[in-house]
Design a protein around this ligand. Sequence first.
Ligand code: G6P
Length: 362
Amino acid sequence: LSAQKDGYRFFMEKEIYEQSNVITDTLLGRLGTDDIIFEELDPELFNGINEIKLCACGTSYHAALSASYLFERYARVKTSVEIASEFRYREPIMTKDTLFVVISQSGETADTLETLKMAKNAGLKTLTICNVDNSSMVRLSDATILTRAGVEKGVASTKAFATQVTIFWMLSLHLAKLRSTMDNGEIIKQIELIRQIPGAVKVRDEIHEKIKRLSKRYLHGHGFFFIGRDIFYPLALEGALKLKEISYLHAEGYPSGEMKHGPIALADPELFTIALLPEHMLYEKSKSNVEELSARDSTICAISPLQFEKADDFIATKNHESYMLEFFEMMVVVQLLSLEVSIRLGNDVDMPRNLAKSVTVE
Ligand code: G6P
């Protein structure tokens, strides 16, 4: 088995390093000059659609939350996101002008599959974003986009998430084109940015080394808050989930601006704040939220391309042209951070206790 790890300590590590290549596959044949091409989609799919509802579990749910920012910002389409196990039992209103989208790495998660059946029964058009061809969701859905991440072995999802968000960025532009909510010049610019994702997620030695070194500071304490604004909020949720899954430490993802409404009461040197501070998304606002936490003595690990003096630890990401490329680089940073903390704690990164790769029972 260790041979398949190609010299990496764990499959999760290998899969983090694979992200650049698998995203290249995700992009293959899909980037036109001024449009995104999804040959697998019948353009009819979007006719009469005024709203998109995304439904998923776990990491796929975080990808769905990220999608909601992109769909509303670029395609100006009303978007809502649901946790499948909640949606199933809350007698939701389903109207036929809603496109129902399920997101799943495996295509087999019981709760998500059930919501797809509900949407079909209610006569909604359905779309599945999935990594496994011919899975139950793919077979049931009107339309499918495959993410092409390859087999993911680590229970903690990494490359599947990366490809899901890549698909959503592309889909938001595809919809923007269809709905004429973005001019061609802007779409062309965005496509150029998308081409840069594989570069942005390439693991740089100095970043990995830095995270390895600083991880020893983050093994104890009474909790972690991953914080971010806008689409960096779902990334904060995902960073916290990764850490919980494989380190068994308590971590929460929170919107930076919401910390003052309760959680800041926990701040002391034993509270670790992992702050996502992108240059191109609400930098000043996010920075002042981190300063509030620093003033209350929380230990701060800032992830940013801009030097941040108040931080106890600082992970310098690159200067990118767009917040979305910053998103992808910071995604790798939070994945590596949870990996290194877990390894230092002596855990089995690929087989975390109590978790399964795919939850096909309720
Ligand atoms: C399990 C896995 C998670 C995954 C979730 C949803 O809980 O441990 O990593 O995000 O299921 O799985 P899916 O295959 O539907 O994306």
